[in-house]
Design a protein around this ligand. Sequence first.
Ligand code: 4AD
Ligand code: MG
Length: 430
Amino acid sequence: MHVYIEDIGKHEGEAVTIKGWLHNRRSSGKIHFLILRDGTGFIQAVLSKAEVGEALFKAADHLSQETSVIATGVARADARAPSGYEIDVNQLEVVGPSHDFPITPKEHGVDYLLDRRHLWIRSERQQAILRVRHEIISAVRDFFNHRGFILADTPIFTPAACEGTSTLFPAQYFDDQTAYLTQSGQLYNEANAMALGRVYCFGPTFRAEKSKTRRHLTEFWMVEPEMAYANLDDVMELAEGLVVSVVGRVLDKRRRELKALDRDTSKLESVQAPFPRITYDEAVRRLQAQGLPIQWGGDFGGPDETTISELYDRPVMVHRYPAAVKAFYMKPDPVRPELALGVDVLAPEGHGEIIGGGERLADLDLLLKRIDEHKLPREAFEWYLDLRRYGSVPHGGFGMGIERVVAWICGLEHVRETIPYPRMLNRLYP
Ligand code: 4AD
Ligand code: MG
């Protein structure tokens, strides 16, 4: 019977068939130890000459890394085996040969690996990351679905900027128009929230910034909730709830993968509500006290975010930034209009901003003024202005970048390993 390696425990003592690939191997004179993988896990298959006979034993001697094989044998519990089981093989069929697989257990440089990303993802570590990514995404969807948010997707081809004009990717749209790949679904989310109350969109977003940092991709996945009748505090509470829920789910379901990644899970266990909430003013004071050169009014760079996040054992929410460093759609603080009612959530251990959002500008005249100040084309935003003309209400939401969350939860230095095919300044292949 065909069994997936992750289910092998239910079949102890039975004859099972594993359909997979040869990951690694070693041999002693009379026994081959084949490490097989099938996408759900790894298992050692033991082939003894006495059991399988001379011919098969000899054939198995030449199998090389990533040969696809179907192995049948009896599942046996073995406390020393990583999966807890081994199989004693009595039949082995080669499905497809593999010669000179380019990624061997030795060390390779990261560019070499990225050029072969389509093969690199077969490694144990990359598989573990992609499984954690999957768990994070399903936890995000469950979180919103269970709280009454409606998934309402927003377009990828858009006529105008959402997050500033300098980071747009243009695309020729038939003969006479330029479309831009979306930077964020937010503006459409706001319209959807006025229709459906609480909504979210979840899709790829694009940023053409020529950043080569370990936190930037040109194509990344963002989940963006938006709520009608919500203020900045509601937005912070939602962000906190989401992050706690996602981390809890990964700890619950993906221990094996976190272990394969050598992740210190005690750091994740402390991700519990409430998260500290500090103002931008206070963040600047604390940075200055640590000797950083930041002045009031400036946006935080990577080192600033890292320093702030290292002050806490859980994510920290920094709110009320200077309006000048934030997007046109942010509501000014009624008490101090030079501040925007925005919030960034910074992940611990120096992983930087994972969430950005806040309360939106609901007032028509002020929004028009902002659009002009930011030199945005008013015509392109007429539909967005309509939301302020027809029953405008306080509302807000945020965007959470999936890759940065994966990097943090998996404890990765760089976001390039958090997505199957990363797109970066110098990388569009494979
Ligand atoms: O802070 P950002 O730019 O916010 C927005 O786009 C809002 N319109 C979202 C909203 O309120 N609906 O981006 C949100 C998050 C960041 O906190 C970060 O996690 C991620 O998206 N992000 C990136 N991730 C990878 N590579 C990049 N170049 C990213 N830019 C933003
Ligand atoms: Mg941001």
